[in-house]
Design a binder for this molecule. Sequence first.
Ligand code: UGA
Length: 450
Amino acid sequence: MRRDSTRAKMSQSLESSDRLRISVIGAGYLGTAHAVGMAQLGHDVIAMDIEKEKIARLSACELPFFEPGLGELLRKSVEAGRLRFTASYDDVAEADVHFVCVGTPQLPGSFNADLRWVETAFAELARRVAGPAIIVGKSTVPVGTARRMAEVVRHQTDGGRVEVAWNPEFLREGHAVQDTLQPDRLIFGVESRWAEQLLRAVYQPIIEEGCPLVVTDYATAELVKVSANAFLAMKISFINAVAQICEATGAAVLPLAEALGYDDRIGRRFLGPGLGFGGGCLPKDVRALYACATELGLDEVATFIRQIDAINLSRRDRALALGRELLGGTYAGRRVCVLGAAFKPNTDDVRDSPALAVATAAHREGARVTMHDPVAMNSARLVHPEIEYADTIVTAAREADLVMLLTDWTEFQDMDPALLSSVVRSRNVLDGRNALTPERWRAAGWTYRA
Ligand code: UGA
């Protein structure tokens, strides 16, 4: 990496295809995907995390989580000498662009996000980075955070130019590679043309491919991210609200969603009715936006956003109630097979998983719950050891009085009802994701509810 030539170019023109030295702070889900993506674009990347064990695994090209396609690109990047890992802030100080990708989980007992890791990352970098450099936030944060971090950086750095920028991330678990290398859009929240040019240089190959770019201020960039997630959550809660009306009136929600989706202004995606949204992002971002509206005194806005969360959570109770009905009124002493632990397919992430919430509630009501998930059983076992886990669908369903499909993995959608008929005690199925073909299950003698 040619530090001096890059620095020289940065001060003149940043319209260059030269590699930049990039650091990524936080090697969790977002940080690892971003670091690999940056290396794939041709930059020279160092990723840092305070968890030494995670760094050791990543250095050995081992992904600490499940993500299709990412492990292979990790190996390629490391072998090409484009990506290395460290547990020390001192090792990243020389980079030209620092991306802060640390987590901002929901604060326990509050709707606000916990910003301590973001604050620490900016403070640690500000003490070490001499500049010229930019420190770019990618973590999802409440509006106003970037401005505060810019103050921290201003107070702690002296000498070279060090600026803060905000560049929110929109990647979905299960699609991290595609979303990182071919994003739908790029958002740069910047305070100077210089920072914009530097970010343009980082993403040059993606911009050249025609990816839309919005250059804006800090507050807008921060809000774009939270609003995007809240909008997706609103679509899901909307269709789930309509699903309840359908249920009460005998209308069918799936053809209804299809019909709505043909209107380009609405679109079919994220109109999947069922158990609702979970994961480490949508629920906490909706709650953080609610907290923000409340703090701003925008009561109607807060009420509107609050309902997205309330409708979503009520789906879990509804699924539990339908299961109880199928069991004749009680979970006590009954065997329940739960298919799915992850909050959605193609991930092993069980944070705020609707499937786990329903499974544990059934367990608390006295059911003996056996769960199967293609990849998320280890993560689920760590948080809920009280549930039983089975390696296959068939072993999970053995002697079951009720089968609940709660995460829409393809292998569950494809399962053969006739095969399961021979192992269960009673043929009751609850399709929590509207993923099965009801006629097929009914024809095999099952009582089907969705
Ligand atoms: C979400 C956003 O989609 C990403 O754009 C964003 O970058 C990310 O959060 C983040 O903030 O980091 P992700 O959490 O991976 O990504 O999950 P989604 O694919 O959005 O799914 C969220 C939940 O909605 C899942 O539980 C899924 O089962 C549920 N869902 C989705 C439905 O219930 N119905 C649908 O029609 C679609």
